[in-house]
Write a new protein. Structure first.
Length: 350
C-alpha cells in the first residue's frame, strides 16, 4: 500500500492518500477543503482512482474536502454513522471494512475526542490512522462535541493499544512537526495515557488543559455535517481563457492538444536558445524567442492582452519561465506540457 501524507499548515492537519499499487484504487483520509487543488493534482498525476474519502471525525478546525473530491472524482463519502450528517454515502460503523483494490481498512470506533471518532487499521495491522483519538505523545481534546475523557481513555487502551507494538500511528494533527509514531512508543511514552496512567490520571490531565476553542469551530462543524457541500473553496477561480491545470508541483500547464486548436488566441514565447529554436525539433509558428536568461529584462516585449504560453524542449525551463512571470504579476500564463518533444510526439505542426 502506497501512503502519501499531506499537511495543511493553517489547521496543522495531516491528510493521507492510500493507493493500492496494482489496481490504482485509492482512499483519501481527512481531506482539507483548502488543499483540494493540491490533493486533486496528485491523484491525477499518479493515475489513482479515488473510491472513497474517509473522515476520522467531524472536524472543528477545518472544513472537509470530501464534497469537493466527490465532485472531482465521483468518489463516495464515508463518515461515522452516529453523526447523522448529510451527503454521506458510506455511514461507517465499528467492525466494517473499506476495500480498495487488494487493500482493506478496518473501521474501529474510538470515541472520546468527539462522539463519532473512528480509527482505520490496515489489514496487516502495520498502520493505523487515528484521527484525533491518538496523536504523537498526545491525544485530542475532550471538551466539546460530546467529548468524554474517560471514554477516550478506554477507547485508546482497547482499540489502539491492543495493536502490535510496531504498528505505525498516523495522526490527524501535529503542532510540533512530528509526522508519525508507533503503538509501542505511545503505550510507553505518551504523557497523557501511556505507561501506568490510570483513568483518573487521564481525566484529571484532560480537564485542566485550559485550551481555547478552535477559531473555526462555528464554521467548520456545520459545514462538516454536510460533508463540506455548503462550503466554498477559498482559492483563485480557474482561468477562463483555457483549461489550465495546476500540477502537484504548483505549475500552471496547458495541454498541447488544446494549444494546437487555439494557437491564434495566445502569445507563444519560446525560452530556449536560438540554436535550439532553429534546430531539429523546430519551433511553433508565430512563437517569439525570449531565452530564459533574458526573460526578466524583456518582459515589456510580452503581450499585455493575450494569455502567454511558454515553450521549451521538455517543459522544464518553460515551467520556470511561468513561475517567473507569475511572480512578476502576470496571471494569464501557462507552460506547454511536455514542451516541443511532446508536441512532436503527437504529430502536431511546427
Amino acid at each position: 500500500m502506497v501512503i502519501r501524507q499531506h499537511f495543511d499548515p493553517v489547521s496543522s492537519t495531516y491528510s493521507y492518500l492510500l493507493v493500492d499499487p496494482a489496481s490504482r484504487e485509492a482512499v483519501l483520509i481527512d481531506p482539507v477543503l483548502g488543499q483540494h487543488r493540491r490533493d486533486a493534482a496528485l491523484i491525477r498525476e499518479i493515475d489513482a482512482r479515488l473510491l472513497f474519502t474517509l473522515d476520522t471525525h467531524c472536524h472543528a478546525d477545518h472544513v472537509t474536502g470530501a464534497w469537493a473530491m466527490k465532485q472531482a472524482f465521483g468518489c463516495r463519502i464515508g463518515l461515522a454513522e452516529v453523526y447523522g450528517a448529510r451527503n454521506v454515502d458510506l455511514p461507517l460503523r465499528h467492525g466494517m471494512e473499506v476495500r480498495f483494490g487488494a487493500q482493506a481498512l478496518e473501521v474501529r470506533a474510538t470515541p472520546g475526542h468527539t462522539a463519532g471518532c473512528l480509527s482505520f487499521v490496515s489489514a496487516d495491522r502495520g498502520h493505523v490512522f487515528t484521527g484525533d483519538a491518538l496523536l504523537v505523545r498526545a491525544v485530542g481534546r475532550t471538551d466539546f462535541q460530546d467529548g468524554n475523557a474517560a471514554q477516550l481513555f478506554h477507547s485508546v487502551r482497547a482499540q489502539l493499544f491492543s495493536l502490535p507494538d510496531d504498528c505505525v500511528v498516523h495522526p490527524a494533527h501535529d503542532y510540533e512537526g512530528r509526522t508519525s509514531s508507533t503503538i509501542g512508543e505511545e503505550c510507553r511514552h505518551n504523557p497523557r495515557l501511556g505507561g501506568a496512567a490510570t483513568v483518573e490520571d487521564f481525566v484529571g490531565y484532560m480537564e485542566n488543559l485550559g485550551l481555547p476553542h478552535p477559531k473555526l469551530i462555528a464554521i467548520a462543524v456545520p459545514a462538516n455535517l454536510s460533508c463540506g457541500r455548503d462550503a466554498t473553496i477559498d482559492e483563485p477561480a480557474p482561468p477562463s481563457w483555457g483549461p489550465v491545470v495546476e500540477t502537484y508541483a504548483g505549475m500552471p500547464e496547458i495541454a498541447p492538444e488544446w494549444l494546437g486548436r487555439h494557437r491564434e488566441e495566445v502569445e507563444l514565447v519560446d525560452v530556449r536558445s536560438r540554436a535550439e529554436f532553429e534546430g531539429e525539433l523546430g519551433h511553433l509558428e508565430g512563437s517569439k524567442l525570449v531565452p530564459l536568461d533574458e526573460l526578466r529584462v524583456r518582459m515589456d516585449e510580452l503581450s499585455s492582452t493575450r494569455p502567454i504560453v511558454l515553450v521549451c524542449q521538455t517543459g522544464k525551463r518553460s515551467a520556470m519561465a511561468a513561475t517567473i512571470l507569475r511572480k512578476a504579476g502576470l496571471a494569464r500564463v501557462a507552460n506547454l506540457a511536455g514542451g516541443m518533444v511532446r508536441w512532436r510526439q503527437l504529430g502536431l505542426p511546427s
